[in-house]
Design a protein around this ligand. Structure first.
Ligand code: ZN
Length: 673
């Protein structure tokens, strides 16, 4: 992925209102965004983006403010108009406009939501209160997981890593409320302080449910989640796909977790026919199973209440929304106030009925011609990357042949899906936001269950068209660019090539390079986890990758926190490769071959400015800490300066000299792809 997903709190199995401000030129390069006082060769991020940073304070309701946020704001305005129009004229029952219109209207009905309090949770709270035994706890978890509530584990259909044409079930570690298992285990003062704040937050939320014993319950919840955290793999280990691939028959899985029945679970999902699945992290499930008998029933009940209210708080009355924001938005990310209701409603619609909304969105922003223009760019990038592979000195011809095979089957998806998702079984009404969200969760769970042991649907997308992001899917060997990532200033047909190649070109190159990063390179042309490297070539690759790990390990973005070079390796390989291939492709254009200045900048200078512009980003310290500790993407400043210092053409473009901060000594320069 290019940037961190918004759903950072939900660990994934394998896999980021102020409006445009005065100093923002939406379409090209605006010199007012530069900082001429900082030399390009000292800190190019500051040189290229310092003016923008100085004049674009982070709005109170955000913890990150970036170019992508600015584009997101423009999108939000478009989506708001679409949703308001649909709410005013919902059309025929069951139609797309009825669903998105009623969804939005229910989410905006603050009066009804506040009046309901936490009444929507009462049935579930009663079910928790009625539990009598560990077997009852297990049965309740089974039932709720089957309706789409990931109480204890993540569940999804994904291609079989060794047979990528078929979807199978993956059940992965979960059960924790903090962003990462390390949050429970670190011993430094800041981590301890954060756990204290988390404890207070749990106590407050359970208190809002009327619990009289909320402080002790918070102790129990934290202790149980710490148990889960200790049994969980860390994020670096999760980057190895083998660590999510443990195929067991249902009988074998049931033997692994004697108190928790997978047979009962798949029965509840309607898939009795299933013979096997991946119990992705068996040690986690064994530990959770042991806890069923070792941990007292009231502790499990407290944890279940917590998981329930933690998941649904955003859709409840004001006290729940405020408390939820105070911790997740405030403590964890440093935001000063919550998003206005309409923005929360739009995000919720995006996460639940996103492709219905997307259909209306692309009609407004992405004409069919745009698809062809973007495809042309992708093809130019592919040509450049193929030439780069051919020139690699560290890779043998045998491995290159397999690399070409993988490259030649790489599919590019542009803008929006050829076939839209079918939401017809999903019922949306104007009566209740939380009921709609829950219906959408159940619908999504059923969609996942229905896919198991069936051929993979290659037409599906994992991001909605209105998402400002892009991704590479190793099992489909595909790069995917939502329409919202293909907008100005990333991409505009009237831009000069320097801007388009430095902008969207580097994004396309980034996603392409993911096919060959530390993780993607373990998958072959068919999307199977299979080695296509000679042992020697792999060694050379890993030695070069290690230099990049060392580079990023040395960066300290906030307090005394270092970037985790191993965790961010895939993204850093993709950034560096993407920049190099985009530059090569640019040099094939007429502008790239020439030297005509525009607004005082040479073609190469414009290219590198366009690249740095895409990374203009300000983050609050809390958000930076969160990102460094739990995200595979390094902070923007290091994604700008890190790769640029590895590119000799950058030093050439700005006449940087040996010894300048933006010029890495030759012995430390990394070049992989
Ligand atoms: Zn990426």
């Amino acid at each position: 992925m290019r940037i961190s997903s918004a759903q950072i709190l939900a660990p994934a199995l394998l896999l980021c209102a102020a409006g445009a401000t005065a100093h923002t030129n939406e379409h090209g390069l605006d010199p007012r965004n530069f900082d001429a006082r900082t030399p390009a060769c000292t800190d190019f991020f500051q040189h290229a983006d310092g003016g923008w940073l100085a004049t674009n304070p982070i709005p109170a309701e955000y913890s990150t403010w970036s170019l992508d946020n600015e584009i997101g704001e423009r999108n939000t305005a478009i989506l708001k108009r679409i949703l308001e129009a649909a709410a005013a004229h919902p059309g025929a029952p069951g139609s797309a406009t009825q669903k998105i219109g009623d969804f939005y209207a229910a989410a905006m009905d603050e009066g009804a939501i506040d009046k309901a309090g936490y009444a929507p949770l009462q049935t579930d709270l009663a079910a928790i209160a009625a539990l009598k035994s560990p077997a009852g706890v297990a049965a309740l978890i089974v039932a709720w997981q089957a309706r789409g509530d990931d109480m204890l584990f993540d569940f999804e259909a994904q291609p079989d890593l060794r047979n990528s044409g078929t979807d199978i079930a993956y059940a992965g570690q979960g059960g924790i409320g903090l962003p990462d298992r390390d949050y429970y285990l670190r011993d430094d003062a800041k981590s301890k302080q954060l756990r204290g704040q988390y404890h207070q937050h749990i106590e407050r939320m359970l208190g809002l449910l009327g619990d009289k014993n909320a402080r002790a319950e918070a102790d129990w919840v934290l202790a149980l989640e710490t148990r889960f955290a200790k049994a969980s793999l860390d994020r670096v280990a999760l980057r190895d796909p083998n660590n999510s691939y443990h195929i067991l028959t249902l009988a074998q899985a049931d033997a692994k977790t004697p108190k928790f029945s997978w047979t009962a679970f798949f029965h509840a999902t309607g898939r009795d026919d299933l013979k096997s699945f991946s119990l992705a992290q068996p040690d986690f499930f064994a530990a959770a199973d042991a806890a069923l008998t070792q941990v007292p029933l009231p502790h499990w009940q407290a944890w279940l209440r917590w998981r329930l209210v933690d998941a649904d708080a955003p859709y409840l009355s004001r006290p729940f929304v405020d408390a939820d924001f105070a911790f997740k938005g405030g403590v964890l990310r440093g935001a000063k106030q919550n998003l206005p209701r309409y923005k929360r409603a739009i995000r919720s619609a995006d996460h639940t009925v996103g492709e219905l909304l997307g259909q209306a969105y692309v009609e407004q922003v992405f004409p069919p011609e745009a698809k062809q223009r973007a495809l042309d760019l992708v093809n130019n990038l592919k040509t450049a990357m193929r030439a780069r592979i051919a020139r690699l000195t560290w890779m043998s011809e045998a491995t290159k042949k397999s690399a070409y095979a993988k490259f030649d089957t790489l599919v590019a998806k542009i803008g929006y899906p050829d076939r839209w998702r079918d939401y017809s079984p999903l019922q949306i009404t104007r009566a209740s936001w939380i009921a709609n969200v829950r219906a959408a969760r159940a619908f999504e769970a059923q969609r996942q269950f229905a896919k198991l042991d069936k051929p993979v649907d290659r037409s599906e997308w994992d991001m909605t068209p209105q998402t400002v992001n892009a991704y590479y899917n190793p099992m489909g060997n595909e790069i995917v660019f939502p329409a919202a990532q293909l907008l100005p200033p990333y991409f505009e047909v009237t831009n000069d090539d320097a801007l388009n190649y430095g902008g969207i070109g580097s994004v396309i190159g980034h996603e392409m390079t993911h096919a060959f990063d530390d993780e993607g390179s373990q998958f072959d042309a068919q999307g199977n986890l299979a080695n296509w490297w000679t042992a020697d070539d792999r060694k050379h690759f890993e030695a070069r990758a290690q230099k990049l790990v060392d580079q990023f390990n040395a960066y300290v973005p906030v307090d005394d926190l270092h970037i985790n070079g191993k965790l961010t390796l895939g993204e850093n390989i993709a950034d560096l490769g993407g920049l190099l291939v985009a530059y090569d492709a640019f040099k094939l254009t007429a502008q790239g071959k020439g030297d005509a200045k525009i607004d005082g900048l040479t073609p190469d200078q414009r290219f590198f400015h366009a690249y740095a512009q895409t990374w203009r980003t300000a983050q609050r310290p809390a958000q930076l800490r969160l990102q460094v500790q739990s995200n595979e993407h390094a902070p923007a400043k290091f994604r700008t300066n890190g790769p640029l210092a590895d590119v000799p053409a950058f030093a050439g473009a700005f006449a940087c000299k040996a010894g300048d901060a933006m010029v890495r000594p030759a012995s430390q320069i990394v070049e992989i792809w």
